[in-house]
Write a protein that binds this ligand. Structure first.
Ligand code: FAD
Length: 414
């Protein structure tokens, strides 16, 4: 098998297929394996898979298992709602974990090395084609690699996606700044590191949580760029950061000096597509379903894709070890695109809800304040076991209309 891309999705898939006894070669364009960025949140639908892979204890030792996830209003700082993550762990059987991205990436890389995945760097795949018995990729320089199956896990700007679907990433006009604060800073002492906190506000939000056993505070500041809305090329630059948070509470504004100002992430997703399999070439991870990050499921979906593929290999393998790739890929495509479509569309809606202003913000706040901490009707479809078939996919929640909130119009101050 060939996996293209050594991000979290590609490494997860390579490990899952190797676990099924398949020989996997992974082609990565970069000269070395690595992840940029800071923290990542791993919900029970991911830690369940890490446990199945025998990697959960190592992941827990590298990350933090927080006690609560708290949502606050970014303007007045008041609490809106929370998840009790210890109770959530009891409900779903697996913990909610936060971990440094490079630690998760390193964990999967080491697992692939131990399992015998052939890891190849400086191999930039430029084209894909189906052959009689499988598929072939060509790398820059002209060399080709052929196998029974090719997985394209080459990220948001996927070459395979361009070749087979040819759509474009969709700009949200939002940009994300990240940064970590060392534990000795007074800022860290003022924070409860057992909580994952998101402050949501008009056209912006701010996330923080502890990393590496509390050695670091991870912060993410996200805002809508006026320059992007005006159609300017150089949008999302640091001069826009402070202005975007000017109306937020002291706690949020005091976090801004700690954001890295030399790099930022413009936030794109793509419209959902349902055709991920093209002969013996299959899209996986962000190449198939890059989301906006609001429900923190991008890397998780990528890890789930690889796990589902591995489970279907096991179900479609003859006694002599040959795999029925047609049946395996059909089963993969029957279940994953629909799940990810739901995540992508929900992420967009969830982001809109976070960034409301005026009366709608007050209505949202009233609804969130009224939510029972132990009501799991909005998370069961996401955090339950990853479905292997469409029948196993859990029903989605029923959205509550904002207008049902008990906020008299007159109370609203624009
Ligand atoms: C600010 C932010 C916060 C996020 N927070 C979370 C979170 O809390 N939880 C969560 O689950 N997700 C989160 N995500 C999403 C998550 O980071 C991504 O969905 C995930 O990393 C995608 O992994 P991937 O392996 O599919 O793609 P990528 O990480 O993009 O990896 C693709 C790999 O392919 C390689 N490559 C590209 N083109 C080629 C080529 N032609 N030939 C060979 N190699 C190639 C690249 O070098 C790269 O190594 C967040 C994203 C952002 C931006």
């Amino acid at each position: 098998m060939i996996v293209v891309g050594g991000g979290i999705g590609g490494l997860g898939a390579a490990y899952s297929l190797t676990r099924q006894g398949l020989a996997v070669r992974l082609l990565e364009s970069a000269p070395a394996f690595g992840e940029v960025g800071a923290g990542i949140q791993l919900a029970p639908n991911c830690t369940r898979i890490l446990d199945d892979y025998g990697l959960l204890e190592e992941a827990k030792s590298l990350g933090v298992v927080p006690d609560a996830m708290v949502m606050r209003d970014a303007v007045d700082g008041g609490e809106l709602t929370r998840l009790d993550l210890r109770d959530l762990e009891r409900r779903y059987g697996y913990p909610y974990l936060v971990i440094h991205r490079s630690d998760l990436h390193g964990l999967l890389l080491r697992a692939c090395q131990r399992a015998g995945v052939e890891l190849v760097n400086k191999a930039q795949v430029t084209s894909y084609e189906n052959t009689d018995g499988g598929a072939r990729v060509t790398v820059a320089g002209g060399e080709t690699h052929e196998a029974g199956l090719v997985i394209a896990a080459d990220g948001l700007h996927s070459t395979a996606r361009r070749q087979f679907i040819d759509d474009q990433p969709v700009s949200s006009a939002y940009v994300s700044y990240r940064g970590t604060v060392p534990a000795e800073q007074p800022r860290v002492r003022s924070v409860d590191l057992s909580e994952v906190v998101v402050h949501i506000g008009p056209h912006c939000h701010f996330v923080h949580y502890g990393l590496r056993g509390g050695e670091l505070l991870n912060q993410v500041a996200v805002f809508e760029s006026p320059k992007a809305l005006a159609g300017k090329e150089d949008w999302g630059t640091p001069d826009e950061l402070d202005a975007a948070f000017a109306g937020t509470c002291d706690f949020v504004r005091e976090g801004l000096p700690f954001m890295w100002r030399d790099k930022w992430w413009r936030m794109f997703d793509r419209d959902p597509v349902m055709n991920w399999v093209h002969g013996r070439i299959a899209l996986l991870g962000d190449s198939a379903h890059p989301p906006l990050q609001y429900i923190a499921q991008g890397a998780i979906m990528a890890i789930e894709d690889g796990w589902v593929l591995g489970e279907h290999v096991a179900r479609n393998r003859a006694e002599d070890g040959t795999v029925d790739w047609g049946a395996t890929l059909a089963a993969y495509e029957a279940v994953r695109p629909e799940h990810c479509r739901r995540v992508l569309t929900t992420s967009r809606k969830w982001g809109e809800l976070w960034h409301l202003d005026g009366l709608a913000r007050e209505q949202r706040n009233a609804l969130l304040r009224a939510r029972d901490t132990y009501d799991y009707s909005f998370t069961d479809w996401l955090y339950g076991p990853t479905a292997l078939t469409p029948q196993e996919e859990q029903e989605m929640f029923t959205p509550i209309p904002l207008t049902s909130a008990d906020v008299p119009e007159g109370r609203h101050v624009a």
